[in-house]
Design a protein around this ligand. Structure first.
Ligand SMILES: *Cc1c(COP(=O)(O)O)cnc(C)c1O
Length: 376
């Protein structure tokens, strides 16, 4: 409830924040639609449909020190992460999801009056966190093919003396890969470049994490939420240049990564080979999903996604209506009310049976919604 008397005590830059639109929890949705949770096909949040490996849940069940506080320096986890990505552990900080590290970066660099560069359509947390810190978010829209307009980024950094540039590769929701040439040009700017690689495991080109060793203005963020399948446990990590490590270790909450996330992360890293096998399965399914979507008349899939999702333009009908119709069939996809994504939905790559359910429902819906168009 608003209190006019006390409301004015709120930090003024927070009053302008747009409300964050969360996804409806799927238990709630299951009750609302009257569809049992296990029958819901959840393709709206890019989660790994296979979940964590049995080795991870077994490690959690075996662990017996949940009553002891975590290690604030995250030594064991960062050593294992360093070995996994080929960077010394002294460059790594883990977070309560990559999201927490984004928030840290914004609060470390941005104050009211400062600027950060965002390249929409992209992940929403960059502008959310920058605004939370009171900063101005300068949007440099992507081109129609979702590539980053580097010239415009260069001009915006100069014009606004921007401190941070957020880049995402593969980009969410387009799946677009940022080229080396583009990355190098942005790294030449007098700003800190935050490269978010939440989906890099699903990409054909390799991670740029090790490039942090050659660039003192590059930060690379990664996560266990997507490929490793533990989004609910909240574990991400960043690779930072030495000067920023010092600042971060002073700044971060001492117990920001909980013990369960750490145990699950270590067990996942020990099973990295088996996670790679799951990733290969998801990539194969992405190819199959592309083929099936391309065969549908009312859908134009944005090509060459390097993530575990496919952005689709819906032709000749309302994208939101289509999303709601799918929801009635227990199939969840993501719809956006954002510039650059008009008429689009994003579909996460699920298990083969999820693809089959989705394509079946789309064929039915297209038949029912547009009797004059071919149904399949
Ligand atoms: C999902 C996602 C994240 C969030 O990662 P967490 O580790 O779950 O906080 C970060 N960046 C992008 C682009 C994402 O899509």
């Amino acid at each position: 409830m608003d209190s006019p008397r006390l409301g004015r005590l709120l930090n003024p830059h927070l009053a302008e924040l747009e409300e964050y639109a969360p996804i409806e929890p799927f238990e709630v949705l299951s009750a609302r639609l009257g569809i049992p949770a296990e029958r819901i096909v959840k393709l709206d949040a890019n989660e790994n449909p296979y979940g964590p490996l049995p080795a991870v849940t077994e490690a959690l069940a075996r662990y017996s020190h949940f009553h002891i506080y975590p290690d604030p320096r995250q030594s064991a986890l960062c050593e294992a992460l360093g070995a996994f990505i080929g960077v010394p552990a002294s460059h790594i900080v883990a977070g309560h999801g990559a999201d927490e590290l984004l928030d840290y970066l914004c609060r470390l660099f941005l104050a009211p009056g400062d600027a950060a560069i965002n390249t929409p359509p992209t992940f929403g947390m960059y502008s959310f966190d920058a605004k939370l810190a009171g900063a101005k978010v300068v949007d440099v829209p992507r081109r129609d093919d979702f590539s980053v307009d580097i010239k415009a980024v260069e001009a915006a950094v100069e014009a606004h003396r921007a401190k941070l540039v957020f880049l995402t590769s593969p980009n969410n929701p387009s799946g677009h890969w940022l080229t080396d040439r583009a990355l190098e040009r942005v790294l030449a700017l007098p700003a800190v470049v935050v490269l978010d690689e939440a989906y890099v495991e699903f990409a054909d080109p390799p991670s740029r994490a090790a490039r942090v060793l050659d660039h003192d203005n590059l930060v690379v963020l990664r996560t266990f939420s997507k490929a490793a399948g533990i989004a609910g446990l909240r574990l991400g990590y960043g690779v930072f240049p030495p000067w920023l490590m010092q600042a971060l270790l002073k700044f971060k909450q001492p117990y920001n990564v909980n013990v369960a996330a750490s145990v699950a992360g270590l067990a996942s890293l020990r099973s990295a080979r088996r996670i790679e096998a799951v990733v290969r399965k998801i990539k194969a399914e992405r190819t199959r999903l592309y083929g099936l979507l391309d065969a549908l008349p009312g859908i134009q899939a944005v090509p060459a996604s390097q993530g575990n999702f496919i952005l689709c333009r819906i032709l000749g009908r309302d994208a939101r209506g289509l999303k709601l119709a799918l929801e009635h069939n227990g199939i969840l996809v993501r719809h956006y009310d954002k510039p650059g994504l008009e008429g689009c939905i994003r579909i996460s790559v699920g298990r083969p049976e999820h693809t089959d359910a989705l394509i079946g429902a789309l064929r039915d819906l297209f038949g029912a919604l547009a009797p004059d168009a071919p149904g399949s």
